[in-house]
Design a protein around this ligand. Structure first.
Ligand code: PLP
Length: 383
């Protein structure tokens, strides 16, 4: 079956009691057992450990990612936290891409560092940098590709091969492209991690996360943390995400098409200093973007001539694009990473990895490309 068929049908069967075509929201705390000896015979005991609505979403994500099994979480950060907690002990070391979502950086540097875990933030765009950073106590490699917000890419197959040589699990934050465009596990990664908040939901309706694992051992380790820490996704969120996923491929195709048009427009504009989009021939890793994924995604960033002051003016005045955190929704959004999503990354570190003060991040939505471009054109005329 093709991806569009799978995104609608995989994991979902009509409700056996009523025939309801949509998976019901199993809003329950506990599940009555038939007898002590038949404990867990129907698979559920308590909704912190598992829930039937959430399970349907997990089965669907497993199918879409070609994974072994999936654990869904209350947020994307809870998913990343579970991966850290599952594989890192005091005294261990982890390698993380030097450009990652600010929350991931914060979790590592402000929380896990307190418990004696050591991190090296590596430019993973060159896989050999990962090899060079591996130590005897390295227990996890986490890459984010494309990375938030600079869109730097990591060669998933190359880093996975190095990770396998050393027996270290490699998790990929696949939020920006989803399995529709990028099959992280097929490329050799051990876990594909998601903020389902973004493209899977797609409608700005929920926050959620997922870890799709390539084998039972990894899945057990992540699920154990989820149960122990109480970070499972709620059934309402799973229900809404199940509806969003049915149109994932259609939304991503159109949003990427729109992003390409927006990026080309920006590249040709006299008031724009630089534009970054993996679909542009000028993108430094354009070749890898084409070989590793089947689409370029819908995230773009640019800098306005006049730097931060001009960029702020544009973000404050632009019509149609909402100034907001989040990405991947069908509403187009504009974000200033330095004050919003990456505010907890120290200035020196931001500068080192290219998150400049004037960087304007666009999450291109599903509106008509002509309207999005007209709004950008009008805002650029004012700066
Ligand atoms: N990973 C990436 C790439 C993100 O962009 C985000 C949030 O923006 C997260 C993880 C965290 O997800 P959540 O906001 O659902 O906790």
């Amino acid at each position: 079956m093709g991806f569009s068929t799978k995104q609608i049908h995989d994991g979902v069967t009509p409700d056996p009691l009523t025939g309801s075509i949509l998976t019901p929201i199993y809003q329950t705390t506990t599940y009555v057992q038939d007898s002590v000896d038949e404990y867990l015979a129907k698979g559920y005991s308590y909704s912190r450990s598992g829930n039937p609505t959430v399970r349907v979403l997990e089965d669907k994500l497993t199918a879409l990612e070609d994974g072994h099994d999936t654990a869904c979480f209350g947020t994307g950060m809870a998913a990343i936290n579970a991966v850290f907690m599952a594989f890192l002990n005091a005294g261990d070391h982890a390698i993380i891409s030097d450009v990652v979502y600010g929350g991931t950086y914060r979790l590592a540097t402000k929380i896990y560092s307190r418990f004696g875990v050591e991190f090296t933030f590596v430019d993973t765009s060159n896989a050999e940098n990962v090899r060079a950073a591996i130590k005897d106590n390295t227990k996890l490699i986490l890459t984010e590709t494309p990375a938030n917000p600079t869109l730097k890419l990591t060669d998933i197959a190359a880093v996975s091969a190095i990770a396998k040589e050393h027996g270290i699990p490699h998790g990929v934050d696949n939020t920006f492209l989803t399995p529709y465009f990028q099959k992280a596990l097929d490329l050799g990664a051990d876990m594909s991690i998601h903020s389902t908040t973004k493209y899977f939901d797609g409608h700005n309706a929920t926050v959620g996360g997922a870890v799709v694992s390539a084998n039972a051992e990894l899945h057990e380790a992540v699920s154990y943390v989820r149960n122990a820490t109480g970070t499972i996704m709620s059934p309402q969120v799973a229900f809404l995400t199940l509806q969003g996923i049915k149109t994932l491929s259609v939304r991503m195709d159109r949003q990427s098409e729109n992003a390409q048009k927006v990026a080309e427009f920006l590249e040709s504009h006299a008031n724009v200093a630089s534009v970054c989009y993996p679909g542009l021939a000028s993108f430094a890793q354009h070749k890898l973007a084409k070989s590793q994924a089947s689409g370029f995604g819908a995230m773009v960033w640019f800098e306005v001539k006049g730097g931060l002051t001009a960029g702020k003016k544009l973000m404050d005045s632009i019509e149609l694009w909402s100034l907001a955190e989040n990405l991947g929704s069908l509403e187009s959004l504009v974000t200033h990473p330095v004050t919003m999503t990456h505010a907890d990354v120290e200035e020196a570190e931001r500068k080192r990895v290219g998150i400049t003060d004037g960087l304007v991040r666009l999450s291109v939505g599903l509106e008509d490309a002509e309207d999005l471009i007209a709004a950008l054109d009008a805002a650029l005329a004012k700066v």
